[in-house]
Design a protein around this ligand. Structure first.
Ligand code: ZN
Length: 325
């Protein structure tokens, strides 16, 4: 292949020298067809017979390259053609795809005079400029999403912590929920695909960060964050206390199968979280009268943060019974 490239370079330079000589002698520009005839003579010439070892089509392409170089020069698109140097853009070109066979399955290519050759497909688009641009775009987008979320979480946690003495949340432990979905060799994970999607959704929502912010901001204001056991908070009837999965008709509807009490399922969950939080405070001998006055709004907030995740930050009050799994 190096020899072929060298032959092409030789032909390009020889034809260029010929053009120059011809021009200096007052002759007209020699077109491709005339040069191609010269090429045939060179290939048969006694001192350049080695040109015959190279396929003729790539040599003809070298002449076409020279012609294009002149055309660009005449059109003032390029400088005057220069002689080619060894080791600079060494290459040759087969013009006819019908002469080439590509066997991608076996990574081999058939080239005239060279036969079958193994090749490595340079599909390394990974670090191409396009790839880098695409990656930069994704990173910018992620940074923007992150900023929006942080902004939202800070505003919301500030408003809640400035207006409430007590906030109750479910003590969902994200480490259990989002623990490695892959599992271990001894206990391979089940529903890996579904679970990893859930992990992403949970962590993506920023609940842990929200809870962390609530925790320290409430502490600044001398208020409490109370984490309560999350079991059945949305399945326990507010009216009769009956616990059943069937009470939860849908994501949004709660209807008690015993007493028929109806309510929005999130409101039911929130009220249960609140009453568990109040219970905990009473157990610790705290006066819950003030908190009770703000019952409705506290419940709403408990509802809003009922997806809270991960073990609490320092200062959160939690019961011993909290071991959500
Ligand atoms: Zn009921």
């Amino acid at each position: 292949m190096r020899r072929y490239a060298g032959s092409c370079r030789f032909i390009f330079n020889k034809a260029l020298a010929l053009q120059k000589e011809n021009h200096e002698a007052g002759g007209k520009f020699i077109g491709y067809v005339a040069l191609a005839k010269r090429l045939t003579a060179w290939r048969n010439g006694a001192d350049t017979v080695w040109l015959k070892e190279s396929p003729v089509h790539p040599l003809q392409q070298a002449l076409k390259d020279l012609e294009r170089a002149y055309t660009n020069f005449f059109a003032k698109r390029a400088d005057f053609p220069r002689f080619k140097k060894k080791g600079q853009h060494d290459s040759f070109r087969y013009p006819d795809p019908k002469q080439i066979k590509l066997d991608e399955a076996n990574d081999r290519i058939f080239l005239p005079k060279l036969g079958w050759l193994r090749y490595r497909n340079s599909r390394k688009t990974k670090f191409s400029n396009n790839w880098k641009r695409a990656r930069a775009r994704v990173q910018r987008l992620h940074a923007r999403i992150g900023n929006c979320r942080r902004d939202f979480l800070h505003k919301t946690s500030s408003i809640i912590s400035q207006n409430h003495a007590i906030v109750c949340i479910e003590d969902l432990q994200v480490r259990n929920m989002s623990g490695s979905a892959t599992g271990t060799t001894e206990a391979p994970g089940r529903n890996v695909r579904a679970k990893s999607g859930l992990n992403k959704a949970i962590l993506d929502q920023g609940w842990f960060e929200f809870r962390r912010q609530l925790d320290y901001k409430l502490a600044w204001n001398g208020a409490y964050l109370i984490a309560v056991p999350p079991h059945h908070t949305s399945q326990t009837c507010l009216s009769c206390g009956h616990v059943a999965k069937d009470n939860r008709q849908s994501q949004a509807r709660f209807e008690c199968v015993v007493c028929g009490f109806k309510e929005n399922a999130d409101v039911v969950g929130a009220r249960n979280i609140l009453s568990r939080g109040m219970e905990k405070l009473r157990d610790e001998g705290q006066n819950t009268a003030r908190a009770r006055a703000g019952c409705a709004s506290t419940a709403r907030i408990a509802c809003e943060v009922s997806g809270a995740v991960r073990p609490p930050a320092t200062g959160t009050r939690r019961g011993e019974s909290v071991h959500a799994g």
